[in-house]
Design a binder for this molecule. Structure first.
Ligand SMILES: [Zn+2]
Length: 181
């Protein structure tokens, strides 16, 4: 699609492009009318999908959110949740146990930390998810790893180091149970 038509499509969807058109399949940084800076692809925006995660998600990308870890004896899982959500209860009903949570100022912070942990597991350590999607009715299988591969305290240390690098030296951590190596 020519750039002027691409821009028109974005503007129509309430998105003001912030960089040159990268092609229809690539993330394109833009400011949504809500003020959120997002990077949807043109091909998604054309079919009305994934326009703005700040507006189209129940997850609070712009306010308080938790990064949490649960385990079930076989695997550990990293996740993000809204402060008052029933996400941890959903895991408990499937036999998972809450280990720790960190309250972050925004859901964006929680999301970025979660993605950093997943890149570490998948791209550096090369550990695959512990479960296929079908094995977790409450969803989240792609955020699991076998417990024998990485310990919960290693993950906590990794996250705290990232936060320290971002200038957060005293994050709000809630330990549900003592984390043992
Ligand atoms: Zn928005």
């Amino acid at each position: 699609m020519p750039e002027n038509l691409a821009v028109a499509t974005f503007v129509e969807a309430g998105l003001q492009p912030l960089e040159e058109y990268p092609g229809s399949m690539r993330p394109w940084r833009a400011a949504h009318t809500c003020g959120g800076v997002v990077s949807p692809t043109l091909s998604n925006v054309r079919v009305g999908r994934g326009i703005c995660r700040y507006c189209n998600s129940s997850f609070p990308f712009a306010s308080d959110a938790d990064l949490y870890m649960v385990e079930n004896g076989t695997a550990i899982k990293i996740g993000i949740s809204a402060p008052e959500s029933d996400r941890l209860s959903a895991h408990r009903r499937q036999g998972w146990r809450h280990l720790w949570s960190i309250r972050l100022p925004t859901g964006d912070d929680a999301y970025n930390l979660e993605q950093a942990v997943l890149r570490w597991w998948r791209d550096e350590l090369l550990f695959p998810p512990a479960y296929p999607t079908s094995a977790m009715p409450q969803e989240g299988a792609t955020e699991t790893v076998l417990a024998e591969e990485v310990s919960p305290s290693e993950v906590l240390t990794f996250v705290l180091q990232r936060l320290e690098e971002q200038g957060v030296s005293n994050p709000s951590i809630r330990m549900a149970v003592p984390v043992l190596d």
